[in-house]
Design a binder for this molecule. Sequence first.
Ligand SMILES: [Zn+2]
Length: 137
Amino acid sequence: MSRSAAALRADRSVAGVHPILAGLACRCPSCGKGALFRSYLKLNTRCPACDFDLAKADAGDGPAVFVILICGAVACFGLLFTEMTYHPPVWVELVIWFPAAALLCLAALPPFKGALLAAQFLNKASEVRPEDLRHGE
Ligand SMILES: [Zn+2]
């Protein structure tokens, strides 16, 4: 990491709160205090604590991909562990691991979405606007 990138990241850490940790806690990446979500996965348009504009933040499908890969691996490991250790009937494993995988995914989605939104904030990622394209002319 270059020195300027480290300085940029230090500038973004307001009030001692790292934006990624604030995102994982579902808090505003700018101040670390205001709630990031107004409902399960719906973002607030502005931070209730610092009035930071959250309307343009969009993590897309990124959080779902990470959650599916990580939680799917955890659920598969659990399923294989119970199969190899206890040899339960298939219906018992289905009753245990399908709901466990679903609940794990549902629980992990908000923190992952918060962390990816915070990473966008940290790296100044945004959509390309028409004026950005005309700048090089
Ligand atoms: Zn805030």
